[in-house]
Design a protein around this ligand. Structure first.
Ligand SMILES: NC(=O)c1ccc[n+]([C@@H]2O[C@H](COP(=O)([O-])OP(=O)(O)OC[C@H]3O[C@@H](n4cnc5c(N)ncnc54)[C@H](O)[C@@H]3O)[C@@H](O)[C@H]2O)c1
Length: 255
């Protein structure tokens, strides 16, 4: 296949979960500028409507859906296909973080809630979407979301969250190995600190400032700082990359 400067995403169907969130909205906007058709999935219809109203281009749709309900992922994929046609990309950003500075305060319910959404739902959704992509017969791109926490163990009382994000990295590699023969790449994005509601909730100003100070680029990322990496991984330019975890942390971590 010859090299071309475009992303190769014009007219392609892209499913973004967590689309109404800080990074998800920036990722959705970025995909829309490539000419892709975005299906924005998140919990709240009102926030999805507001997002889609501002997307460039045509053919974008929304679906209010709780991805924690893994028994309904095949139905989710069927509805996605009905609304935007063939699926070329899944960008799975939906996740939750509950901080507990003391380990003793983390309950079993906290563990289940974060792992169910961040890891378990990610697996079942990747599987359901990959089955659809295999049926379509044209390969595809899956992008999962981890965090610097997969590597650092998590700051600010986020051990349980970090464990779920470690699972995402391992799982991404296993999915990449399994789905490669079908022409489906599976890669992971690991942000450092990004200025979104998830980061700011229950984070002490001191920890925020100390992480900013340890970031060689000197600032906490804005959601748009992540969007280009996701579009790149979905694009033709990344066609020979799979199983990778891309560290987008402004140098907070270096690997
Ligand atoms: N903000 C950061 O500093 C940071 C750092 C590392 C990793 N990340 C990762 O980046 C991704 C995006 O995070 P963000 O900062 O934009 O967070 P955010 O809280 O702004 O957005 C997350 C979105 O996921 C949605 N969501 C949660 N549970 C859901 C469910 N069960 N079904 C459907 N949607 C659901 C939420 O409604 C929300 O809109 C996440 O995977 C997060 O773990 C963020």
């Amino acid at each position: 296949m010859p090299w071309s400067v475009g992303a190769g995403l014009e007219g392609k169907g892209v499913l973004v979960t967590g689309a109404a969130g800080g990074i998800g909205a920036a990722v959705s906007r970025a995909f829309a500028t490539t000419g892709a058709r975005v299906l924005a999935v998140d919990l709240d219809q009102g926030r999805l409507d507001a997002l889609v109203a501002e997307l460039e281009g045509e053919g974008h749709r929304t679906l209010a859906w709780d991805i924690r309900d893994v028994g309904r992922h095949e139905e989710l994929v069927a509805q996605a296909r009905e609304t935007i046609g063939d699926l070329h990309v899944l960008a799975n950003l939906a996740a939750v973080l509950r901080r507990h500075p003391s380990l003793d305060d983390a309950t079993e319910e906290d563990w289940d809630f974060q792992h169910d959404i961040n890891l378990k739902a990610c697996f079942f959704l990747c599987r359901a979407v990959s089955q659809q992509m295999i049926q379509q017969g044209e390969g595809g791109r899956i992008i999962t979301f981890s965090s610097q926490g997969w590597w650092s163990g998590g700051f600010g009382g986020s051990v349980v969250y970090a464990a779920s994000k470690g699972g995402v990295v391992s799982m991404t590699r296993g999915l990449a190995r399994t789905l490669g023969p079908h022409g489906i790449t599976v890669n992971c994005v690991a942000p450092g600190q990004v200025h979104t509601p998830m980061l700011m909730k229950d984070l002490s100003p001191e920890l925020y400032e100390s992480m900013r100070a340890q970031t060689p680029l000197g600032y906490v990322a804005e959601p748009e700082d992540l969007a280009g990496t996701v579009v790149f991984l979905a694009s033709d330019h990344a066609r020979y990359i799979t199983g990778a975890t891309i560290n987008v942390s402004g140098g907070l971590l270096m690997y």
